[in-house]
Design a protein around this ligand. Structure first.
Ligand code: CDP
Ligand code: CDP
Length: 220
């Protein structure tokens, strides 16, 4: 399947990857992979089962057998709709802790490759362009200032009915940036040949248009 096009969109938390990737996928009629959801699902299962967030083999086993399914905008774990539950900050922080473990990343590898289906795939995460789809047709690295990202996350959490504090969010986000960028395995960084887009002063739709126009140039 090397001819099936992939658009890889990586970036730090709340840079807008998910929003932009979903809209780009919808515009092109492509499939969409939210790779972060896989780490969040593993983390949520681990938290519920009381598995230590450093127990790499138990976590890898959990990741390899995740009973998850994606139904449109909804994410199921077994029969349960966990779409909202996996977005909690606690789960995001736990996801970033287990994401440093090589056995966990290996366990989720095949599941991600399997999402490359015709007519194409838009995949977002931290290592889509560097590790999972190194031959992606287009690689994008989205960024924004920490303050802009904390504000975006704050709005999202309040809208979803979670409580949040800007100070805590900014601190968590900086800690997560550091952990994601400094880890040894698949660290967050722009892939070779990635187009870097700072969206601090852009709307999500402006970012979508930029990605689509980059893709159009490559396609022709
Ligand atoms: O939405 P947000 O950027 O906050 O997080 P996410 O994309 O749902 O990912 C949650 C965590 O999973 C991140 O902080 C990363 O540590 C990890 N992750 C990863 O290591 N590799 C990926 N491809 C996607 C997520
Ligand atoms: O997936 P990631 O954590 O990178 O970000 P997200 O979950 O897509 O959240 C980004 C939030 O900021 C969404 O509520 C977007 O509507 C908003 N936003 C954006 O994505 N891009 C901008 N340029 C401006 C705002």
């Amino acid at each position: 399947t090397p001819s099936i096009p992939v658009i890889a969109i990586d970036g730090p938390t709340a840079s807008g990857k998910g929003t932009v990737a979903q809209r780009v996928a919808a515009r092109l009629g492509f499939h969409y992979l939210d790779s972060g959801a896989l780490y969040r699902l593993t983390a949520l299962s681990a938290l519920r089962k009381g598995i230590d967030l450093g127990a790499e083999h138990a976590l890898a086993k959990l990741a390899a057998a995740l009973p998850c399914s994606f139904q449109g905008e909804h994410i199921l774990l077994g029969q349960e709709d966990v779409t909202a539950a996996i977005r909690a900050e606690e789960v995001g922080n736990a996801a970033s802790q287990i994401a440093i473990l090589t056995p966990v990343r290996k366990a989720l590898y095949g599941l991600q490759l399997g999402c490359r289906k015709a007519p194409g795939l838009v995949a977002d995460g931290r290592d889509m362009g560097t590790v999972i789809f190194p031959h992606a047709r287009l690689k994008v690295f989205l960024t924004a200032s920490a303050e802009a990202r904390a504000e975006r996350r704050y709005k999202q959490l309040i809208d979803k009915g979670f409580s949040a504090s800007m100070d805590d969010l900014l601190k968590d986000l900086q800690a997560r940036d550091a952990r994601d960028s400094q880890r040894e395995v698949a660290p967050l960084k722009p892939a070779e040949g990635a187009n870097v887009l700072d969206t601090s002063d852009m709307t999500a739709d402006q970012a979508v248009e930029q990605v689509l126009s980059w893709f159009a140039v490559i396609k022709n």
